[in-house]
Design a protein around this ligand. Structure first.
Ligand SMILES: [Zn+2]
Length: 303
């Protein structure tokens, strides 16, 4: 059975209310908060769909009993059916765009509408290259840091001023609407039981965070916090990375980063940490080769 059909069947069996196409609502009577769980913003990151299925199953079996409302949202179904990241526009760069006829731009408008009923959101994604551990991304503010630390203080977290990214992401649009919003990259794209377990753990921590019965003591300290320092562009795809870098691998200033066919060498402009290195097909389709992060110790590091 296609996991999408499993998802829809569970939503139906559990009596969830459809609020938009592919957005379903679990309602708790008298709930004070609503958590949005978003999957498939990129159509081929199917691990996020399997995670929502696991959460729905647990809800059905009584394994969890949330005292909040939960919205289950699937982003880009056209891309899912085509097993692609997106069809014409990256949905996760379409939330600030003006309306046109593309499927993704219209879908972004629909998803933006549901934010009006949300207090906190987690947007689940997966990466193109293997990662040793999950990591978080979110616009810089104290509310998001607090929420991220409650979900998992131990993982690496990338934060940024909201205006830095080109186009607006789903979590960026949520953040702009005053919602605590975290994007989680659980690991390499596809079905992976370990990633489902991790996502479920984070979800349980979100329930704890939002439980009105609990006295929560959470920290807004900067644990494992990073921000973008440099992005190495590769418009003609002439450069190739010199080795198989891993995300968050440290790199020293002036050490070789990439080389071209005709022998030119690109060196790291700073001491930092590798993020989103691109190889093979991913490299051939991208204008960016790799980015470099720096540690965030104080708010000034974001400037
Ligand atoms: Zn993604």
């Amino acid at each position: 059975m296609d996991p999408l059909d499993v998802f829809l069947k569970l939503c139906h069996e559990l009596g969830l209310e459809q609020v938009e196409e592919y957005v379903y609502r679990f309602s708790f009577p008298g709930a004070k908060k609503t958590l949005l769980l978003s999957a498939l913003i990129h159509g081929n990151e199917t691990g996020s769909l399997h995670l929502l299925i696991r959460i729905l199953q647990s809800l059905g079996e009584g394994g969890i009993s949330p005292s909040i409302n939960i919205l289950f949202s699937l982003g880009n179904l056209s891309a899912y059916h085509a097993n692609k990241r997106f069809i014409t526009h990256d949905l996760n760069r379409s939330f600030g765009a003006v309306k046109d006829n593309s499927f993704e731009i219209e879908r972004a408008q629909v998803l933006k509408k549901i934010l009006a009923q949300v207090d906190v959101m987690i947007d689940f994604h997966q990466t193109l290259e293997p990662v040793a551990k999950p990591f978080f991304l979110f616009p810089f503010n104290e509310k998001n840091i607090l929420f991220a630390n409650a979900l998992d203080p131990s993982v690496n977290k990338i934060t940024y001023q909201r205006t830095i990214l080109e186009g607006t992401t789903f979590s960026g649009a949520a953040d702009a609407a005053g919602i605590s919003a975290i994007t989680i990259e659980t690991g390499l794209k596809g079905f992976d039981p370990a990633q489902i377990n991790y996502g479920f753990l984070v979800f349980e921590n979100a329930l704890e965070f939002l439980n009105p019965e609990r006295e929560n003591i959470h920290s807004s300290e900067y644990y494992n916090l990073f921000t973008w320092a440099e992005t190495v562009s590769n418009p003609d795809q002439q450069y190739e990375l010199v080795s198989k870098f891993e995300n968050f691998e440290p790199i020293l200033k002036d050490s070789p980063l990439a080389h071209s066919q005709d022998g030119k060498v690109l060196k790291s402009p700073i001491d930092g940490f590798i993020i989103f290195p691109k190889y093979g097909e991913n490299r051939n389709q991208s204008k960016e080769l790799v980015s470099i992060l720096k540690s965030v110790k104080s708010e000034n590091d974001l400037a």
